[in-house]
Design a protein around this ligand. Sequence first.
Ligand code: ZN
Length: 309
Amino acid sequence: MKLNLLCVSVFVLCLVGCGTKNRVLQSAVVVKPVQILGARDTVVHEVKLTLDSPTLVIEPAVDISPIGQQFLERTLTPEEKVQEQKRMGIHKGADWASAIHYDLRKPNFVIIHHTSQNSTAQTIRTFQVEHSKVSSHYVIGRDGQLVQMLNDYERGWHAGRSKWGQITDMNSMSIGIELDNNGREPFPDLQINSLLNLLDTLKTKYTIPHTNFIGHADIAPNRKDDPNVFFPWKLLAERGFGVWYDESFLVQPPFNFNPIDALKIIGYDVSNEAAAIRAFKRKFIIKEVNGILTDYDKTVLYNVYKRYY
Ligand SMILES: [Zn+2]
């Protein structure tokens, strides 16, 4: 009796398994002979597959000469450039079987900047002129006005050449926020309150870890000094954005504490040690921003390191 039951179970399992396999085979249409060529090739095909009717549709091929290509590149709108980039993301040597479960990539970092300009309008103009090649997701004015310039899911051009931990393409991972500030002045409360509201929304919406709210100077210590020394990192950390040290628990680090290793573990690019130290001091020590760590600076660094990393 037990043996019979076992045989029936195996048979049913086999039927279910075979049925699943067939369904998978039906929906996974492998397209072999199709050329999917990138922007620099002479022929571009559009490939369309639908689940309901897994038939292959090839749109009429478009011939693009090198001169035509140059013209195309000059006249593409941002939306067309993104479409072109998506085509370039298809690997020519691979067969194509379209997956159906995906969405856009989410930001996991927030990078805070100051604009080094004199008004929100001036910053917006800078981000809209062809030759500047810079952009940011948000600009916040001195009066707290919040202007969005890119969808959160789009890749802004605000970080430039930068590194944090092992991440070398911060633009792909982050949202950029520019604070209207000439680089030498404090940030008004209205502006900071507007920033905190925005950070709250972004942190919740994209589940961004609190340690991943950092400044441009943190990720590009050789090149950048924004946001300037007046930026209230302590207040931000108290609200859950970024890190700060425990002022009531500063102790001398143990003799084997290596401050450069600690900076590296926190995320700083220490290929230029003095620059990394300057970035750390600009943020946490504020006075005497230079490339040398005093004993006091080391107690702060040790505290941050032990507290969060
Ligand atoms: Zn910046």
